[in-house]
Design a protein around this ligand. Sequence first.
Ligand code: DAH
Length: 339
Amino acid sequence: MIEKINQLKADISNLTATDLAQVEALRIKYLSKKGEVSLLFNDFRNVPADQKRAIGQALNELKNLATDKINSLKESLESVDTIDSSLDLTRTPAMMPLGSRHPLSIVRNDIISIFSRLGFTVAEGPEIEDDWHVFSSLNFAADHPARDMQDTFFIQRNPDVLLRTHTSSVQSRVMEHTQPPIRIICPGRVYRNEAISARAHCFFHQVEALYVDKNVSFADLKQTLLYFAREMFGPETKIRLRPSYFPFTEPSAEMDISCNLCGGKGCSFCKHTGWVEILGCGMVDPNVLDACGIDSKVYSGFALGMGVERITNLKYQVKDLRMFSENDRRFLEEFQSAR
Ligand code: DAH
């Protein structure tokens, strides 16, 4: 028996396996109930009493050897299965490329958050619109030049299906199904039939704001504008309003802010005037309120609209409008830290 044990010890020490299935076959061969090692244990009861001690010890050694050998074969194959030995685990890991928000989204979100602190909530409308919501309800006379084919993209031959040229269309959509108080901010994409250049694009983004309630005055508009300008461009920012014309507001104005590059001293960016234009605004024309089902004798309101690209250019000095839609990663990555 002792020879048999020694023979098995030698065999087991030299065992090799190339995959886990082979290891399992070896385990069955030696260690299962009917395996060779177990069979020797069964024979143990026939061993004469004076040899039991020595053979018992040898049998235990054999069993430990077989168990250790099979476990170590198994472990070495399992680790080969999961870890590629050609990997250098001490190497510094490569940076995970992080995405970042588009600059226009960053600025749009800033505008929304400033107005939401004043109680405005976001309202959205369709990009494919009809004449009523983009023009007629907003007091555009039938022959107003903005309806001209050169400005507006019409869809199909139907002049009543068009791409909105401004987000003011959302004003009339909200007013026709909501009674005041209304305090909304409407971000969105708009389209104009313009040749693409550094300064013009066939689509861009606007944010419109509308406030309608009893006793809304021009002073409310001015204070809102000042708050917005200071939150957006810094507490030192000054504003000025210049009289202007929009069909849907009366009176109308355009707002300039003190140039945020030179602080109002005059530079090439502000064409040495110290001021840059950022938005249009005014008191909602009573015709617009009435057209949308709001009694202009009871309610008044103000509205304002701005181009997101314009505000972004001012904040980040982007010189060419086309960069916003080219998706050049070198440009986009510059805004990684901006939020
Ligand atoms: N809709 C105007 C445009 O696209 C911007 C605008 C001006 C919106 C004055 C307004 C406003 O609400 O009061 O140029």
